[in-house]
Design a protein around this ligand. Structure first.
Ligand code: PLP
Length: 436
């Protein structure tokens, strides 16, 4: 699908298009999802490793709260339901040791929307580790903001390095800058530990950076060991989270920002934009979200089982890929991997595969496995990495079966039964690669 917007002018001879839209296409993840659905409709077997959506159902206690809140019909406060904002603050205190109050929290229709509003609101250039999640850079372009990519090292799990951050900051003219961090990481699957975060916090403090810390996969740290940079840089880190990934509720559209107190004026400014755009998140969803953020035994158990499944599956498929000579990191959180196919670059080129897009197209056509090329994440077109989201399985029976395993590590038999499509997809991908 190529629906990139060519630029200003009059696309249908009637009205012009804003210059900022030049060259932008619909978000790549949504486009691959539509493309996979179309292929499937034409009768092809498609393995949907393109769109990163939680395979798990929303926990029953949260669904029950949504049902019992269906009568909530009034517009809620722009910043969000007071009870929910308090629950979000309490959640961050309990889980991450971040001492903020409900007054520091803003609720939005997905964290993506809040990120966009932040980009609309605050001044400064954007510093992005390369690779980064698909939407940060297009949002910056829509907001007319300059982006600086910070290279990462494949040998270091493509984690942002404090020395590289320092170099980037030293090379830029003085002025406000926003650093976007995401851990556990989409697209790579690795995360940042306490030591790395402390070092990054020291650089951020030195240069006075505003850090937007995207921790949407924090609860899906496979070892339940997520640490937030807000512990080490409380005065300058906004923590972004939400229901979409750990609670399986992407379609409910609820995201949260938690601000340092000293950034209250930024929260106020974002509230103005929110009031003139989305008004408030759906009322029943906000009531239901209070249940999710309140946590408790049922949620903890749901999360333990989700993590155990993702960890076992991520480990199994990354080991399978490495056995075929595909370079890939050991996953530490979330449900993504970024295999690098460049070990066979010469042979791939001889076969006409010169870019990540060529590679993903060939894999999709020949095996039915849908992935996204590295260029969607800030790499050049020539990069031969791709992102897979290992979520093409039914999470409900998998979660139920994981309960019976009594907390033990989930083995090959479990994965064969419950995650067979992902294993099959990776098998096909490895066979495809081994042909070169
Ligand atoms: C890294 C990352 N951040 C943010 C989001 C946006 O999540 P939501 O808008 O559903 O809160 C996503 C969704 O895919 C993501 O992968």
């Amino acid at each position: 699908m190529d629906t990139a917007i060519a630029g200003a002018g009059a696309p249908d001879g009637w009205f012009g298009m804003d210059q900022r839209l030049r060259g932008l296409s619909p978000s790549a993840t949504l486009a691959i999802s539509e493309r996979s659905a179309a292929l499937k409709a034409s009768g092809r077997e498609v393995y949907r490793l393109g769109l990163g959506q939680s395979p798990f159902p929303v926990p029953e206690c949260v669904r029950e709260k949504l049902r019992s809140s269906a009568h909530e019909k009034d517009y809620l406060p722009v910043r969000g339901l007071e009870r929910l904002r308090a629950a979000v603050a309490a959640y961050h205190a309990r889980r991450h040791g971040i001492m903020r109050t409900g007054d520091d929290v803003l609720i939005g229709p997905g964290s993506k929307e809040l990120m966009f509003i932040l980009q609309m609101t605050v001044e400064g250039e954007l510093l992005l580790p390369q690779p980064s999640w698909v939407s940060y850079e297009p949002q910056a372009r829509l907001a007319g903001r300059r982006v600086h990519w910070i290279p990462t090292d494949r040998e270091d799990g493509r984690r942002i390095d404090p020395v590289a951050l320092r170099h980037c900051c030293e090379g830029l003219p003085r002025g406000p800058r926003i650093l976007l961090l995401n851990y556990p990481n989409n697209p790579v699957g690795t995360t940042l530990g306490a030591d790395r975060l402390k070092e990054l916090a020291a650089v951020a403090r030195h240069f006075g950076l505003l850090v937007l810390s995207d921790e949407i996969y924090g609860e899906l740290n496979h070892r339940a060991g997520h640490v937030s940079i807000a512990r080490y840089y409380p005065e300058g880190a906004i923590v972004s989270a939400g229901l979409s990934k750990w609670c399986g509720a992407g379609g409910w559209r609820l995201g949260t920002f938690s601000f340092p107190e000293r950034l209250r004026s930024l929260l106020d400014a974002m509230t103005v934009v929110a009031s003139e755009t989305f008004t408030a998140v759906s009322a029943p969803v906000q009531f239901a979200a209070t249940r999710a953020f309140d946590g408790g035994v049922e949620i903890d158990d749901y999360l333990d089982r989700s993590r155990a499944i993702l960890q076992a599956l991520g480990r199994a498929i990354s080991a399978r890929m490495r056995a075929s000579g595909i370079a890939v990191d050991e996953p530490e959180g979330g449900f993504y991997l970024m295999p690098d196919f460049s070990a066979r670059e010469k042979r791939l080129k001889l076969a006409g595969i010169r870019s990540g897009s060529d590679l993903c197209e060939s894999v999709l056509q020949e095996t039915g496995v849908a992935m996204l090329p590295g260029s969607c994440f800030g790499y050049p077109e020539s990069d031969l990495s791709a992102r897979i989201a290992y979520v093409d399985f039914d999470g409900a029976p998998a979660l139920a079966a994981a309960r019976k395993e009594n907390g033990g590590a989930l083995g090959a038999a479990f994965l064969d039964t419950h995650c067979g499509r992902v294993l099959k997809a990776v098998e096909l991908l490895c066979d495809w690669f081994e042909r070169f």
